[in-house]
Design a protein around this ligand. Structure first.
Ligand code: GLU
Length: 389
C-alpha cells in the first residue's frame, strides 16, 4: 500500500528506538548501561499506585469525558494556580495521553501549512516532527553553548516573520538541562507579546532543579502573556509515572475545545483509573516527600556524572541546572553522533542518544535517571571506548 506523504516527512523517534534496542539487548542477557530514555528508574510512589488500585476496585473502568475526569481537571487547574501562578480554571485543562500527546494535540489544533513554529536548538526530538506532521514549518534557533544553550530575546525577535505562530519554550530543557532565569523568561515574554505570537511552555521538568535554579512559568508574568501562553505538563518525570501516560494541556478555552475535538476522534479519554493515580499525585501530602527523595538522588548522580565526564579530555559537557540529562560535546572524537552512539552501544553496551536527534550532531545525550552503580559502570565503559578511539 502506498503510504501517506506525511509519513515520509518524519523519521521514527530516536529516543524511543535506541531505548527499545537497549532493552532488547538486556532481554538477551547483556548488562546494558541505560543512559537513553529520560525515564526515572524509581517505581511510582506507593500511594499513587494504591489510588489507581482503589479506582479499579471501585469500577472506575469506563469511558470518561475526552478532556479528562472533571475532578482531575479541577485539581490540575488548582495546582497551576497555586504552584505556578497561572490563572487557569477547570475549563482550561485537557488531560492527555502523556505530555507528548498534549503537545501533539496542540500542534494539530493550531498549526497548518504556511505556519512557522520557532524551536530553540538543541530541541526535544519530537517538537519539529509534530510541526511537520501538521504541515507547518519548524524554524530552528541555534542556542549558543556559550550562552548556556539559551536563545536570547534578540535572536527570537529576529526569527519572527508574519508566518510565525508559535514559539516553543522548554525550561528546564531536554536535552541540555538549561534553565532560563526569571529575568530571561520576562525578556522573552516581552518579545512574544509585542509580536503577537503564541508560546507553548513545556514544563515537564519544572520540579527537577539544581543549585538554586528557579522555575518561572511564562504565563504567570502578566495577563497579556497569559493570553498568549499554552502550558504543557505531565506526571511522568516528577512522579515516576512514565508508563501511565497522563499529561495535560492548559490553554485558552477555544484551544481546549479544539483539542477536545481532536482527542474525541482519536484516543478518547486517558485511561480512567490512571487519572485517579494522577489525582493522588497532586493531592496527597506524601507526594512532596517522594519528589524530594528522587531529586536528592538526581542531584547526587548529576554531581557524579559531571565529575566523571570532566575527567575525559576528549569530551566536554554543559553542567545542567535542571532535568536529568547531560549534554556532551564529542566533536574532538571526530565521529558523528550516530556513529559514536552505535559503536558505544554495540561494542561497549552503553545506550546513549545521538545529538542529531536534538539537532546538534557534535553532541550526545546521557540520561542520569538511573542508579549510581549503573552510572559508575557506564562511565568506565565510556572511558574505555574513548581510550580505544
Ligand atoms: N522524553 C523522554 C526522552 O527524551 C522520553 C522519550 C521520548 O518520549 O522521547 O528521553
Amino acid at each position: 500500500m502506498k503510504l501517506a506523504e506525511r509519513i515520509g516527512l518524519v523519521p521514527p523517534s530516536l529516543t524511543l528506538s535506541i531505548t527499545a534496542k537497549g532493552k532488547a539487548m538486556r532481554a538477551e542477557g547483556i548488562n546494558v548501561s541505560a543512559f537513553s530514555a529520560g525515564e526515572p528508574d524509581f517505581d511510582t510512589p506507593a500511594h499513587i499506585v494504591a489510588a489507581a488500585q482503589q479506582a479499579l476496585a471501585e469500577g472506575k473502568t469506563r469511558y470518561g469525558a475526552a478532556t479528562g475526569e472533571p475532578v482531575l481537571r479541577q485539581a490540575i487547574a488548582e495546582k497551576l494556580r497555586t504552584e505556578n501562578g497561572l490563572a487557569y480554571e477547570t475549563e482550561n485543562i485537557a488531560v492527555t495521553n502523556g505530555g507528548k500527546q498534549s503537545l501533539y494535540n496542540l500542534i494539530m489544533a493550531t498549526i497548518e501549512a504556511g505556519d512557522e513554529v520557532i524551536i530553540p536548538t538543541p530541541y526535544w526530538v519530537s517538537y519539529p516532527e509534530m510541526v511537520r506532521l501538521a504541515g507547518g514549518t519548524p524554524i530552528f534557533l541555534q542556542a549558543d553553548p556559550a550562552n548556556q544553550y539559551k536563545v536570547t530575546p534578540e535572536q527570537l525577535k529576529a526569527a519572527i516573520t508574519p508566518q510565525t505562530k508559535l514559539f516553543v519554550l522548554n525550561s528546564p530543557s531536554n536535552p541540555t538541562g538549561t534553565v532560563y532565569t526569571p529575568a530571561e523568561i520576562r525578556a522573552l515574554a516581552e518579545i512574544i507579546v509585542d509580536a503577537g505570537i503564541y508560546v507553548v511552555s513545556d514544563e515537564i521538568y519544572e520540579k527537577i532543579l539544581y543549585d538554586g535554579a528557579e522555575h518561572l512559568s511564562i504565563g504567570a508574568i502578566g495577563p497579556e502573556i497569559f493570553e498568549r501562553t499554552i502550558t504543557s505538563n505531565g506526571f511522568a518525570k516528577a512522579f515516576a509515572m512514565t508508563g501511565w501516560r497522563v499529561g495535560y494541556l492548559a490553554a485558552p478555552t477555544e484551544i481546549i475545545k479544539a483539542v477536545s475535538t481532536i482527542q474525541g476522534h482519536s484516543t478518547s479519554n486517558v485511561c480512567t483509573f490512571a487519572q485517579y493515580g494522577a489525582l493522588a499525585a497532586l493531592q496527597s501530602p506524601e507526594s512532596a516527600g517522594c519528589i524530594a527523595t528522587m531529586l536528592d538522588a538526581f542531584t547526587k548522580r548529576r554531581r557524579y556524572i559531571c565529575d566523571r565526564v570532566a575527567q575525559i579530555p576528549a569530551l566536554s559537557a554543559f553542567e545542567p541546572q535542571g532535568a536529568f540529562y547531560l549534554y556532551i560535546n564529542i566533536a574532538k572524537t571526530g565521529l558523528t553522533s550516530l556513529d559514536f552512539c552505535s559503536q558505544l552501544l554495540d561494542q561497549h553496551y552503553v545506550a546513549a542518544i545521538p545529538g542529531i536527534a536534538f539537532g546538534t550532531d557534535d553532541c550526545i545525550r546521557l540520561s542520569y535517571a538511573t542508579d549510581i552503580q549503573s552510572i559508575e559502570l557506564g562511565m568506565g565503559r565510556l572511558e574505555k571506548f574513548i581510550d580505544q578511539l
